[in-house]
Design a protein around this ligand. Structure first.
Ligand SMILES: CC(C)(COP(=O)(O)OP(=O)(O)OC[C@H]1O[C@@H](n2cnc3c(N)ncnc32)[C@H](O)[C@@H]1OP(=O)(O)O)[C@@H](O)C(=O)NCCC(=O)NCCS
Length: 300
């Protein structure tokens, strides 16, 4: 099936320029004086949807609601960043969406008719997949919500993480969205850990770019992990952390990777030591005594 969304406008030329030059659509076709209507089709030749704009002697009578919008879902960070840069370079202001969902999950602008357009990061596919002997490390997806809820609703998992387990799946869904936003903003973030044998989600591990001050450091790469309790004690923590450390040094070419753990979190500390992280100072994080670890990339 092919989808066409048609709208009348008084600004056919401006609208055409806006959707092509700023949002990267192509003019798929146009017509003039077709029963007094001029118009154009905007889309991409490989997509099965397009927009149609028409203009005639009759004035367009727009009554847009603040919740009316169309949403663009770029599928790569490059595509997303291109759109955002294009919007900024053309001095188009972002507006605050009425629906908070779009505030969290996209950026909103107005087209020349005042119609709302959202550029959302929600469908971006990350191109990193790491395979180890028993595990696949892949981007966290919205469909991991049940696994994330099983992970984070367990008080034992949160014993050394501030003792605040989640109580609803919505919190886990928001957390996944939050991590996916970091993929776009920082190019990296925590990744799902999938057990190859059963294809199950067993937790997460990965490198996060930290933009808040911690132990007098800011804007640094940190390695971290968290697993569903049923999968503790099988070496998955070590296997995934080692894979991410190697990836961070060899592929991402990070100069120094940092980590920290609650002083009594012996499992986490053992993983950091086993992958070769060097123990540094003891510090206080929100009233909790933690140990700081660092490792320099010798190849840089
Ligand atoms: C900490 C955690 C990641 C460990 O994962 P795991 O997959 O069970 O760890 P591994 O099986 O890879 O074990 C790695 C090493 O740590 C040791 N270890 C694991 N848990 C331990 C514990 N509770 N006490 C002491 N040592 C422990 C293992 O024996 C192993 O050492 P070894 O190879 O010398 O025998 C897991 O318990 C977890 O997700 N905890 C909750 C979340 C959390 O605390 N995350 C870290 C925040 S800093």
């Amino acid at each position: 099936m092919i989808l066409r969304i048609a709208r009348h406008t008084n600004n056919l030329q401006l609208i055409t320029e806006f959707y092509t030059q700023i949002l990267g659509l192509e003019v798929l076709g146009s017509f003039e004086n077709h029963c007094n209507y001029n118009g154009c089709f905007l889309g991409k030749s490989n997509l099965n949807w397009h927009l149609e704009f028409t203009e005639s002697d009759e004035l367009a009578n727009h009554h847009f609601d603040d919740d009316d919008c169309i949403v663009f879902y770029p599928e790569t960070t490059d595509e997303y960043n291109y759109l955002i840069a294009s919007i900024k370079n053309n001095n188009i202001n972002f507006v605050i969406p009425k629906n908070p969902y779009w505030k969290d999950n996209g950026k909103m602008i107005l087209d020349p008719d005042g119609f709302r357009i959202v550029i959302s990061h929600l469908r971006i596919k990350m191109n990193i997949t790491i395979e180890t002997k028993r595990l696949i490390l892949r981007e966290l997806l919205p469909s991991d919500d049940e696994g994330m809820f099983r992970l984070d609703s367990n008080p034992n998992v949160h014993e050394f993480l501030g003792n605040k387990p989640v109580v609803s799946i919505e919190e886990s869904q928001k957390y996944i969205d939050f991590i996916r936003k970091q993929y776009v903003e920082n190019g990296i973030g925590r990744y799902a850990v999938i057990l190859k044998e059963t294809n199950e989600f067993i937790g997460w591990c990965g490198i996060k770019f930290i933009t808040e001050f911690e132990n007098n450091h800011v804007n640094f790469y940190e390695i971290g992990y968290r697993f569903i309790e049923d999968y503790w004690g099988y070496g998955f923590g070590y296997e995934s952390a080692k894979a991410w450390l190697d990836y961070g040094f060899k592929t991402l070419k990070i100069k120094t990777i940092y980590a920290s753990a609650h002083i009594e979190n012996m499992g986490s500390r053992r993983i950091l030591e086993k992958i070769g992280m060097q123990q540094k100072n003891e510090f206080d994080s929100e009233g909790i005594k933690c140990i700081w670890y660092e490792l320099e990339n010798k190849a840089i």
